[in-house]
Structure formats: structure tokens, C-alpha cells
Design a protein around this ligand. Structure first.
Ligand SMILES: Cc1cc2nc3c(=O)[nH]c(=O)nc-3n(C[C@H](O)[C@H](O)[C@H](O)COP(=O)(O)OP(=O)(O)OC[C@H]3O[C@@H](n4cnc5c(N)ncnc54)[C@H](O)[C@@H]3O)c2cc1C
Length: 328
């Protein structure tokens, strides 16, 4: 159930007109108020239904509220969205670190066959392009409310439904409320003492300007050597005249060995997608390649160890090194 703009306007109008708050009047009075207001403003739809609900708050007290249902078919799915990982992370060099043919949707065999990834590890623009293609391909945009944040959600025990409040003023009643709010959708604030005295611009990889940044002729300092820094530093360094990199704790990293995908390997993966997806469902973090060894490094001699480490280094896959032995 969604409150449309006219209904939201009605609530605002009723608040400034000195009328009692809706939770203080009966259902019949609320209906009369709405009809009177709508007649005065000559706009806005009639409400199909006005229900009274009791909401139990965190401190166990109860609030009475009225849920106004506008006419028209109710939506079975409503998605509130404020840009995800691949919308915000536009820093130079941003790309996935799991192979794209694995890091992609598995729910549609047709989509799997149609889409063509260009490199082993796709760039952020290519992934965003893919996500937008999926939204259009499956006609999902009609159910997505862009630039809308959920401010609050309360479970209404009596009526067994969620009441979801957004920053656009909507209140929606829903039986199921799935919070797919992501693990990396909020960037970390720059909480380092002294940065407020910084002369010149500063950027955060997870909130990179959409128009890009030109570092030509600039002196650049990068804080951190995590995966975003490792991806962006080589590209920023191509433009900058000087670079200083601050590292607190070194992370183990190895070359990804990214390269364009060739037609034969794409065809082979596409031919085996169903069984590959089955394996992914059973694998830790859905990572299939390379298969993890059951042997400890103690169980083989030095030569075999070196051989496996070299092979893993040359493969460049995300978990190649951890897959060499069961205790790495
Ligand atoms: C550079 C980079 C590379 C990565 N590479 C890989 C990889 O190779 N393999 C891998 O498995 N993972 C990778 N990840 C992790 C990546 O975050 C996840 O794989 C995946 O994209 C997360 O998707 P999600 O939908 O769960 O979350 P998100 O993409 O973060 O989406 C969460 C959504 O919820 C919205 N949201 C949050 N709170 C609210 C609210 N109150 N109201 C409304 N909307 C809200 C956000 O705005 C966002 O749209 C990578 C991440 C980064 C940054």
C-alpha cells in the first residue's frame, strides 16, 4: 500500500489546517476529513480503504495510526533504492575480483547465454551496464523507487504486517520486508584528525564523483592499500606527477592476471553453466575455481610445494593461493 503525492499533500494540508491528527480521530471521522479536503482542493484520488492499525513501539507502548489505501492495483513488489555497490564505486580501476562469468546472475539461463563479458574481471562500467540491462530485460524498473531511502520500519504485530516509512513521505504496508541493504553501500567517513585543514580536494573511492577526476599534473596522496587502493593507484599514477601512499598494515596481494575473454572459453562455460551453477551453490562463497586441496603443506615435499605456489600465482584467481593446501 503506497501513499501517493495527493494523499501526502492531504496529510500536510490537514496538519496545517489545525485539524486533529489522524491517529486521534475515528476511521469515520478520518474518511469525512479526507472527503472534505479532497472536495476543497478538487484534486487527488479518493481512498479505497482507511484502516486503523495499532503499532507496538520499541518501548512496548502502542501507537494508533490510520493507513490510507489509494485506489488502483496494489503492487506485489516495491523496491526502494539509493544506488548500490556498482553505482557508487566509480573510482579508476574499479572492477570485480571474482571472475565475471561466475559473478553474475544465475536465475535466468537465457540471460546467461545472451550476455557477453569482455574480460575475466569486468570493470565497474561494464557491471553497471549489466545490472541496468537486467533491470530492463526483466522489466524491473516499474517496481523500483529510485532515490528513495527507507527511514524507518515497524512491525505491526496485530495486523502481521510491516509499516515502512520512506524519506519521500510514503508509508507502505507490506507482509514481507527484505532488507537487502548490502555490506558495502555506505562509504567510510574520513575520520583522520587534521584532514579538515587539508588544502585541496579529497575523494573517497566508494563515493567517487560521477564525472571522474583528472589528476594530470597533480601531487596525490592515497591513504590505505586495500583492494580499492590497489586497483586505483596504478591508474591515478599514470596521470599524477607525484604520489605518496600511506600504509598502516600491508595486505597480501597478487596479480589478478586480468585479460580479455576469448570466444572458446566463453562458449565452454556457457555450455556447462547449469552444472557450474550447481557447484557454486555448494561452494564456500560460491567460488568454485580452483578446487580446494584436502592436503596439508606438510604432506608434500618442497618441490611440490613450490610447484603448486607457482601455479597458483600464475593462475591469478581470487582463491588460487588458499586452494593449494588445506592449511593455507
Ligand atoms: C570494488 C568492489 C568490488 C567487488 N567485487 C566483488 C566480487 O568480485 N565478488 C563478490 O562477491 N563481491 C564483490 N564485491 C562486494 C559487493 O558489494 C557485492 O558483491 C554485491 O555487489 C553486494 O550487492 P548487494 O545488493 O547485497 O548490496 P549493495 O550493492 O550495497 O546494494 C544495497 C542497496 O541497498 C540500498 N539501501 C541501503 N540502505 C537503504 C535504505 N535505508 N533505504 C533504501 N535503500 C537502501 C543501497 O542504497 C543499495 O542500493 C565488491 C565490492 C566492491 C566495492
Amino acid at each position: 500500500m503506497t501513499l501517493d503525492i495527493a494523499s501526502t499533500a492531504f496529510l500536510a494540508q490537514s496538519a496545517i489546517s489545525g485539524a486533529p491528527a489522524l491517529h486521534q480521530v475515528s476511521v469515520e471521522e478520518a474518511r469525512l476529513m479526507y472527503t472534505a479536503m479532497a472536495a476543497l482542493s478538487h484534486e487527488g484520488p479518493q481512498m479505497d480503504r482507511i484502516e486503523e492499525v495499532a503499532i507496538t513501539t520499541a518501548d512496548e507502548s502502542t501507537i494508533r495510526a490510520h493507513v490510507l489505501t489509494p485506489p488502483g492495483p496494489s503492487k506485489s513488489v516495491i523496491v526502494y533504492y539509493h544506488g548500490g555497490t556498482w553505482y557508487w564505486n566509480r573510482y579508476p580501476g574499479a572492477r570485480c575480483d571474482l571472475e565475471s562469468m561466475a559473478y553474475s546472475y544465475s536465475f535466468s539461463p537465457e540471460l546467461e547465454q545472451e550476455w557477453r563479458w569482455s574480460e575475466v574481471y569486468a570493470t565497474q562500467p561494464e557491471i553497471l551496464n549489466y545490472v541496468e540491462h537486467v533491470a530492463q530485460r526483466f522489466d524491473l524498473n516499474k517496481d523500483i523507487n529510485f532515490d528513495t531511502r527507507v527511514k524507518r520500519a515497524v512491525y505491526d504485530e496485530d495486523n502481521q504486517q510491516w509499516l515502512i516509512y520512506t524519506d519521500t513521505g510514503e508509508v507502505v504496508a507490506a507482509r514481507y520486508f527484505i532488507m537487502a541493504t548490502g555490506c558495502l553501500s555506505v562509504s567510510k567517513d574520513l575520520d583522520i584528525p587534521g584532514t579538515d585543514t587539508l588544502q585541496g580536494p579529497s575523494y573517497v573511492t566508494g563515493l567517487w564523483p560521477h564525472e571522474g577526476v583528472d589528476f594530470t599534473g597533480q601531487k596525490v596522496a592515497v591513504i590505505g592499500t586495500g583492494s580499492s587502493a590497489i586497483q586505483s593507484i596504478p591508474l591515478i599514477a599514470e596521470q599524477a606527477t607525484a604520489m605518496t601512499i600511506y600504509q598502516r598494515t600491508p595486505a597480501y596481494s597478487m596479480p589478478a592476471k586480468n585479460r580479455p575473454l576469448d570466444e572458446d572459453e566463453i562458449a565452454e562455460i556457457k555450455a556447462n553453466y547449469p552444472s557450474y551453477r550447481d557447484e557454486q551453490k555448494l561452494a564456500a562463497a560460491a567460488i568454485v575455481d580452483p578446487p580446494r586441496s584436502l592436503e596439508s603443506w606438510h604432506m608434500v615435499d618442497e618441490e611440490e610445494r613450490a610447484h603448486r605456489y607457482d601455479a597458483a600465482w600464475n593462475a591469478g584467481l581470487l582463491i588460487a593461493m588458499q586452494s593449494t593446501f588445506n592449511d593455507i
